[in-house]
Design a protein around this ligand. Sequence first.
Ligand SMILES: [Ca+2]
Length: 372
Amino acid sequence: MKHNLKLKEAGLFRNLLFVSLVAGIPQGAGAATADLQNTAQANPNLIHQWSFDGEDVSTAGKDLKGSSDLAERIYGTGVPLGYNVSGFDGTSNAFSTNRAPGGDSTGGAYLKATGANQLPALGDTFSFEIIVKPSQAAITGGTFNLGYVLSSRSADNASRGYFLMQGQAPLPAAASPFSSTLGNGYTVANTNIITGSPLTVGDWYYVAGSYTADPGGANVTWTNYYANLTTGGPLVTVGPFTNSGGTYPRGAAIDFGIGGRYDGQEAFPGSIDEVNLYSAALDGATFQAHLDQLLITDTPELRLSIRREDQPSPALVVFWSAALTDATLESSPNLADPWTPVTEGITVVGDMFEYRILLPSAVPRFFFRLRR
Ligand SMILES: [Ca+2]
């Protein structure tokens, strides 16, 4: 994702020089998954954070906020998990789940908070956000054809907390969308269909949800949000939605699956980069700000200036802002290759960087380009 920033013709050099300054600046420079991690940590309602950096479950499964370190859940044919796989950007890695072809329980692997590391009881408000990449356009071959991404369920099975799933049945929706199902049954009336079009395999998605349960347990009202990170957004709001009855599990510790079901089987095939859980119903502006952390550049405005100096010897002086500290200035007597780096006369003035280039005397014009 690059764009040409400047093309400046320097006519002040009495036709001696033609200066072409072209800088390719990564649009996302400065915005990163690491920024989202820090922003989430600063939120007073953060209760669990997993960034999945690490070479095994003891590091990649570590809960960076709470005490719900994750364990491996491998079933059926037992396809291994992948650790330290590429995340959305270079600032944090992901782990990859597996779902073997065939039935819902044929084989797969994911991570799960269980045993002594169960999630402590959730309250009447709850939010999640996740950075996730599906590896299959559809879940097929089974009875239910669901891949559970974030899921829990109460011990008496009455309260479903299927916060995020990929799948189809029984939804009246595009093949295998993301959806969120809560309450006393897996039904259309309890399901908010998040993505209205099929998922794009290999694209990273930001998905979030903000839930408020009726204290008496009658129902839950919630809103989901999603953005295709790979295509640059925007954030889409889906809801508010009120289910027909029941809530997610509250008031008792629960098993919690990340990339598979709360109790076993029905894994989601893909990669998961980040998961944050909150004890409050966060608003859309908060999720938009978090998305901005991932997508919007905070690179300072680029400043360029060029001037000619005649003393002590004729020179072309190029200034640019500190944002281009890793840029390379190249020159060529024509617009064709070869371009060669200009290495002489580099000085630093204040917060600006400066190239001082002796003017060539034997050629009527010369070309320069600034490249990053
Ligand atoms: Ca990560």
